[in-house]
Design a protein around this ligand. Structure first.
Ligand code: NAP
Length: 287
């Protein structure tokens, strides 16, 4: 990497952000594309969000990703927010052009691309979403946008599942929405009947990766696709259980790569070198 007076800045703001895998992924892509860009981690304390966004303008960053805990906090300081980011109340990507800050949520399309690249589709499918937090919102909206037949949200705290279903009802179109608490007696049957199961909980995430999966392997079976958004470790307890049950599996690195690729495409106008980004991500994860 060669930094000079013409280098364009991009980065990620979060708190903490030192663990972020986005810098190696994006810098590998810039290098591959021959772009004189650099992607830097920006640790931003919660009370500094407004100042950080003034900095994006003032320092002339071309774009910045937003990660935990700022995805919602940035919205009031943006000039434009995409329809989906507005609906989800969260932006993970900001594009800066001529002093205008535009907020996007690339998690939605990022998840869809990760499903499509392994030859699956959510169109017409029965989808079970485990969890009702930030990533579950994006996955539910992705399933709706893809034309899923139904989306059933299962969450430890049943009220949060119901609230998410209520939030999405106005945009659900033909997709039937449902919500249950994870301990509801109907849940084993609902999971077994699903064609696609997406785990959007933090269960199984390093360093608490040796735990029971959020749903037991006995409820899973061949013919299903089981996705886990958690990407560290890559093979989570749920994916191991799904493999043993004969189901197809999708790890969270796919969504992580594609949400980043979409951000890069938005900033640079270039097609993202997805495989270069994936290799850099997997290398950084293995370190
Ligand atoms: P979040 O907003 O904090 O939501 C966490 C969810 O997990 C909540 O629904 C919570 O249920 C549930 N949960 C936590 N502990 C649980 C337990 N012991 N049993 C059952 N449910 C439990 O988190 P998030 O931002 O959605 O992230 C969730 C996971 O997705 C993380 O591992 C994150 O790294 C991953 N992620 C991956 C990508 C990607 O690109 N691959 C993108 C975003 C997130 P309650 O509501 O009951 O608390």
């Amino acid at each position: 990497m060669f930094i000079d007076g013409a280098t364009t800045l991009a980065g990620v703001m979060g708190w903490p952000v030192a663990h972020s895998l986005s810098p190696p992924m994006h810098n590998a892509a810039f290098e591959h594309l021959g772009l004189n860009w650099v992607y830097v981690p920006c640790p931003v304390a919660p009370e500094q969000v407004e100042a950080a966004l003034l900095g994006v303008r003032g320092l002339g960053f071309a774009g910045i990703n937003v990660t935990i805990p700022h995805k919602s906090a940035v919205l009031p300081y943006l000039d434009e927010v995409s329809r989906d980011a507005q609906l989800l109340g969260a932006a993970n990507t900001i594009l800066h052009q001529d002093g205008i800050l535009h907020g996007e949520n690339t998690d939605i399309q990022g998840f869809l691309r990760s499903v499509e690249e392994i030859g699956w589709s959510l169109t017409g499918r029965s989808v079970v979403v485990l969890g009702a937090g930030g990533s579950a919102r994006a996955v539910c909206l992705a399933a709706i946008r893809a034309g899923a037949e139904q989306v059933i949200i299962l969450n430890r705290t049943g009220d949060r599942a119901a609230q998410l279903a209520d939030l999405l009802t106005p945009v659900a179109g033909e997709t039937v929405l449902g919500a249950l608490a994870l301990d509801d007696p109907l849940v084993p049957g609902v999971v077994a009947a699903a064609q696609v199961v997406v785990d959007c909980t933090s269960v199984g995430m390093y360093p608490h990766h040796e735990v029971a999966p959020v749903v037991p392997g006995e409820w899973l079976q061949a013919g299903q696709l089981v996705c886990d958004l958690t990407y560290n470790p890559r093979r989570t307890v749920l994916l191991q259980a799904a493999e043993e049950a004969g189901a197809a599996t999708l790890e969270g690195t796919g969504m992580l790569v594609h949400q980043g690729a979409l951000a890069l495409e938005l900033w640079t106008g270039r097609e993202a070198p997805v495989e270069v980004m994936r290799s850099a991500l997997l290398l950084a994860l293995a370190e």
